[in-house]
Structure formats: structure tokens, C-alpha cells
Design a protein around this ligand. Structure first.
Ligand code: MG
Length: 252
């Protein structure tokens, strides 16, 4: 089931994709379940929004071997490398990615993202997927020059619009060997499969939940494959995970 958060006029609501239409839901599906309101709206008449506004975005770095190699980061750690992006960096499908004046080297990073559906603390890898509400696609936009020059990654990862997510949430996705890909103006720059991740989704959720409490709506992004590439004003960026969807943004 694909669950979209959308606006129509001033109203923000959730709906389930059904062909060219959305079956509008009552309230927030994490809180209210999937109760239809009785209304249907054509997909083309709404603006899709980021599927969640989280309290935090927890990010996994260095989770694909080929990306570790291209970054010159050396060996694989025994535990996931995690960092945070602020919720203010989130934008939705179709929104612009704005290049900040502080950076001359902004790059894209396609990532499988997930949204947490319940308070999650100290869960085992075996139980972890029960706490995932659904999966979406993220672009972990990064000011690569500032990542190199700053001691911490906070600034390079946190500019407004540096975390596009969407286009919706797929609640039935099971991470296996699905394709993950990014394209700039139609040209493929990153292409891999989910099974190339060093730490799996259950391991990641479990690990993070032992280090901080995850709240309903929180977003976890699971690392990027090789092929990170500079983006420029005017570029059309497509980030796709097979079985989830394609997130499209323009650079401004
Ligand atoms: Mg990343």
C-alpha cells in the first residue's frame, strides 16, 4: 500500500494510492489507522508532500563498500556510523533543492529511507521491522567541501532543502535486492542494489534504538551507494528505489 501525504488548497491530509486517485484517510494513519473518509481525489489535483515530518532524521554513513572506497574512508566499522540531519532540511517531491552560497560542491546521495511507526527503544534486529511504518526514498544532499573542511558533518548535511523525501510511503516493502539508482537530467550516476548495504535495515533500526529513542514519524536513511556526483542549478534529480518509487526534485 502506498500512503501519500498531500495538500489540496490549505488542507494537508493522507491518502492511499489507488490508480490515478487517492483514497483520502481520516486523520493521521499512525494515530487513526487506515480509515477512509469516503472521499477520493485525483492524484493530479494534489501536491504530494514529504510523507513524514519527523522529530529527527537519523542517517547511516559508509554503508555501501563501493561508496566507502570512493570516499577513501578505509575499512568497514564494526558498528554503523550514524549522524543526524534536522527536520528543517526536509522537502517533498517536486520541491527545489537550493544550493547554499557557502558551498561550491553540493552532491546528491540516493538512499532507502524508512519511517518509524511506534515508540522504538532497545529493540532487537528480529523485532525491528515491526516498528517500521513504511519505506520511502531520500536524497541525503551534502555540501562535500564543507564535510571535508568542518570537524563535524552538521553543517554540510543540514542546509534547508538538503533532505528531500518521498514521493510516498510504501508499507509493504521488504528490503531484499531491489535496485537503488539516481539520475541527473536522465543520466544514471548511482546504481546499485539494496543487498549491497553493509548493515541491514533491521540491524540499523536495532542499533539506533539502543542509542536513542525513536519516535513515531522519525526518519532513518540507510546510506548511499557509489557514484556521488555534483549537482548544479537547473538539474533535474531523480532518486529511485525499485518497489518504492521515484523522488524528483530540481536544483535551484
Ligand atoms: Mg548519506
Amino acid at each position: 500500500m502506498k500512503v501519500a501525504r498531500f495538500s489540496q488548497g490549505d488542507e494537508v491530509r493522507f491518502g492511499v494510492l489507488d490508480g490515478p486517485e487517492l483514497v483520502v484517510l481520516k486523520g493521521h494513519p499512525i494515530v487513526n489507522g487506515y480509515e477512509p473518509s469516503g472521499e477520493r481525489v485525483p492524484l493530479k489535483e494534489v501536491k504530494l508532500l514529504a510523507p513524514s515530518i519527523p522529530s529527527k532524521i537519523v542517517c547511516v554513513g559508509k554503508n555501501y563498500l563501493a561508496h566507502i572506497a570512493e570516499m577513501g574512508h578505509g575499512s568497514v566499522g564494526s558498528e554503523p556510523t550514524i549522524f543526524l540531519k534536522p527536520s528543517s532540511s526536509i522537502v517533498g517531491p517536486g520541491d527545489n533543492i537550493f544550493l547554499p552560497a557557502q558551498s561550491q560542491q553540493v552532491e546528491l546521495e540516493v538512499e532507502l529511507a524508512l519511517v518509524i511507526g511506534a515508540l522504538t527503544r532497545n529493540v532487537s534486529p528480529e523485532d525491528a521491522l515491526q516498528y517500521v511504518w513504511g519505506f520511502t526514498v531520500a536524497n541525503d544532499v551534502t555540501a562535500r567541501d564543507l564535510q571535508a573542511s568542518d570537524d563535524q558533518w552538521a553543517r554540510s548535511k543540514s542546509f534547508d532543502s538538503f533532505c528531500p523525501i518521498g514521493p510516498w510511503l510504501e508499507t509493504e516493502f521488504i528490503p531484499e535486492d531491489q535496485m537503488i539508482e539516481s539520475r541527473i537530467n536522465g543520466e544514471v550516476v548511482q546504481s546499485s542494489t539494496i543487498d549491497q548495504m553493509i548493515f541491514t535495515v533491521p540491524q540499523i533500526v536495532s542499533y539506533i534504538s539502543h542509542n536513542m529513542t525513536l519516535l513515531p514519524g522519525d526518519v532513518i536513511i540507510t546510506g548511499t551507494p557509489a557514484g556521488i556526483t555534483k549537482i548544479n542549478s537547473g538539474d533535474i534529480i531523480e532518486c529511485e528505489v525499485e518497489g518504492v518509487g521515484t523522488l524528483i526534485n530540481q536544483v535551484a
